[in-house]
Design a protein around this ligand. Structure first.
Ligand SMILES: NC(=O)c1ccc[n+]([C@@H]2O[C@H](COP(=O)([O-])OP(=O)(O)OC[C@H]3O[C@@H](n4cnc5c(N)ncnc54)[C@H](OP(=O)(O)O)[C@@H]3O)[C@@H](O)[C@H]2O)c1
Length: 279
């Protein structure tokens, strides 16, 4: 019998994971997704061939969806995660593995909202999952065995690289790879602005910056690639690139990046506390 896989919430991140799973060969007939709005459910069913239910239309959609499921992916916003756990807790098979993709929601918070012994995995994916180049870090809860963890790996295997980390490193992961695609886009924006300062047209500036960051990303994605080595290979002694890197170093860009990631991790810790206070 096919394993039933359920997505509770299927917005931007849920659909990215769903797309990766289907591309990796999971049958759409084995997948049920829930969302709030009926029009979003219709769109997901039409686009992916999965069964889609809307909780605004069918109040018991989430509870019905999880019945008989072996894998349940929680892909609602962090603020809705523990409420969703409580909503479906009694309908879950005791062996079903619940996989959360929510930033800042701890395993303890989810375990407390589910029945004792329910296997829970906390994950931190990122949006390049949409193009099969994501990176996902998993942390297993107290009732997770090797089969549950293998099922969690399978959810993401088709969409990128999957790593296991201790839960206390998840805020750091979120600050590096969860938010990281935005840093790369920010770099492209800053390069485009610099290009315009030289007097290049906005259109030319956009193309130069975008294609450069994208092209460098593809080089970095080659097996065995190393960012430092790739950078040194295009930094000739006394050349132009060397001048730019020396200027970035002098102005403390690596330190600024560290400080930005620390701010992101601190915000994740703060959200965990806010969620605890609200629940
Ligand atoms: N986006 C990222 O870069 C990123 C990275 C790492 C982790 N995450 C995590 O991914 C999670 C989802 O983020 P997102 O960006 O995908 O948010 P999103 O686009 O707003 O998606 C949330 C989904 O949840 C559905 N939903 C909300 N309440 C529901 C309910 N009671 N019953 C059924 N469905 C419900 C929404 O339905 P409607 O569409 O009908 O409103 C929507 O499909 C978050 O917890 C976030 O921390 C996101």
């Amino acid at each position: 019998m096919m394993k039933k896989i359920v997505f509770l919430g299927c917005g931007s991140m849920g659909e990215a994971i769903l797309g990766g799973m289907l591309a990796a060969g999971v049958s759409p007939q084995s997948v049920v997704v829930t969302v709030r709005r009926p029009e979003r459910a219709t769109e997901l069913a039409a686009r992916h061939g999965v069964t889609a239910m809307a909780s605004n239309e069918e109040a018991a959609a989430n509870v019905e969806a999880v019945e008989g499921a072996s894998v349940v992916i929680l892909a609602v916003k962090p603020v809705g995660v523990t409420a969703m756990c409580r909503e479906v807790a009694d309908a879950l098979d005791s062996n079903a593995v619940v996989i959360s993709v929510a930033a800042a929601v701890s395993l303890a918070q989810m375990e407390a909202a589910l029945r004792p012994g329910q296997p829970v995995v906390r994950s931190m994916p990122n949006t390049p999952l949409k193009v099969g180049r994501g990176v996902v870090a998993l942390s297993a809860g107290s009732s997770v065995d090797e089969h549950h963890l293998a099922a969690a790996h399978e959810v993401f295997d088709g969409s990128g690289v999957v790593l296991d980390v201790p839960e206390d490193q998840q805020n750091a992961v979120s600050a590096i790879s969860g938010s990281g695609p935005a840093y790369a886009f920010y770099l492209a924006e800053a390069m485009a602005a610099a290009a315009e300062d030289f007097g290049l047209s906005p259109e030319v500036a956009q193309v130069l910056a975008r294609e450069t960051v994208a092209g460098a990303g593809i080089m970095l994605a080659e097996p065995g690639a190393n960012a430092g080595e790739l950078r040194r290979a295009v930094t000739s002694p006394k050349g132009t690139t060397e001048q730019a890197i020396a200027s970035f170093d002098k102005d403390g860009l690596p330190g600024l990046i560290k400080a930005g990631t620390k701010a992101a991790a601190a915000r994740a810790a703060q959200i965990t506390e806010e969620l605890s206070a609200a629940n």
